[in-house]
Write a protein that binds this ligand. Structure first.
Ligand code: HEC
Length: 268
């Protein structure tokens, strides 16, 4: 048998003891420092842990609104182009609203249509501000024509029938004007023929719109509902056609006489 040297046996015992955590053998007086250090090191380490790495705090519960946001579906890919077109929709929507407060019906609604369809807006501007033809807005048309009847006669005749250089405004106008341009006549014999109802409508339209109210437009406006009513009930029968060249203010006055009388009776 081979003799295992005493010091080797001793070291082996010490290792075993160290690994199993047992106290070193009593006789291990000259054991290595590692053996002695092991039990001492443990408490130090245990004490140090709380300072160096404090126990992580328990995870905060997720707030319900955060959770909801996390669960919510993400925006669909097509939303951006749709959102980009939104201002245009808004503008178009506002555009449709702009005309609602005006809400012209009856003669005035018809006049509004005719002002564009008959080409008036092309020469006098969409808002009556003027162009090839003079401005109709801000009282201008009332200075030229002191009565609705005179105004209708002018539109029926136009520049050619009155004749270049001749006065076309009302006899009592503060600012008489002579024909210098080419306003077409809208009598039934011409190319731009209008019926009596149509020429009344467009004349009432230009006199009551375009900021003309305080310059005489309000007076004309009073006539409108009465005319609408009497035309609807058939108490006023307007001619389908009339001759622009021979139309007079008296003719126009006779067309609308029942409305003027009714209005006078209403006002007492
Ligand atoms: C081709 C252009 C043209 C068209 C279309 C036209 N006008 Fe005129 N209008 C004129 C001119 C020009 C005058 C000025 C008279 C002149 O110099 O012959 C005038 C004058 C007037 C005046 C008098 C303005 C003032 O205060 O002196 C009124 C009111 C008027 N037009 C209404 C109308 C109406 C309503 C229509 C549509 C039914 C119309 N016009 C269509 C060119 C036009």
């Amino acid at each position: 048998m081979t003799e295992i040297p005493e010091h080797l046996l001793k070291r082996s015992k010490e290792r075993k003891a160290a690994l199993s955590g047992e106290a070193p053998p009593a006789d291990a007086s000259d054991a290595g420092t590692a053996v002695e250090a092991a039990p001492a090191a443990a408490p130090v380490a245990a004490a140090a842990v709380p300072d160096v790495a404090p126990e992580p705090e328990p995870e905060a519960p997720i707030a319900p609104y955060v959770q909801q946001a996390n669960d919510r579906k993400k925006m669909p890919f097509w939303i951006v182009p749709v959102l980009l077109t939104l201002p245009f929709w808004a503008m178009m929507y506002v555009g449709t609203l702009e005309r609602v407060p005006q809400g012209l019906t009856g003669l005035l609604g018809h006049g509004e249509e005719l002002y564009v369809e008959s080409g008036c807006s092309g020469c006098h501007g969409g808002e009556g501000g003027g162009g090839i033809g003079p401005a109709l807005a801000d009282g201008e048309v009332h200075i030229s024509f002191t009565s609705l009847e005179d105004n209708v006669v002018w539109i029926a005749r136009g520049s050619a029938i009155v004749g270049t250089g001749n006065n076309y405004t009302s006899a009592d106008s503060e600012r008489p004007r002579a024909v210098a341009g080419q306003m077409p006549g809208f009598g039934s014999e011409g190319a731009n023929s209008l019926t009596a109802e149509e020429i009344l409508s467009v004349a009432l339209y230009v006199r009551t719109q375009f900021h003309n109210d305080e310059f005489g437009g309000e007076r004309d406006l009073e006539l409108v509902p009465v005319l609408n009513e009497l035309i609807e009930t058939g108490e006023i029968e307007l001619p389908e056609s009339f001759e622009g060249a021979s139309l007079t203010a008296d003719d126009v006055a006779s067309w609308i006489a029942p409305a003027r009388e009714a209005l006078a009776a209403l006002e007492g």
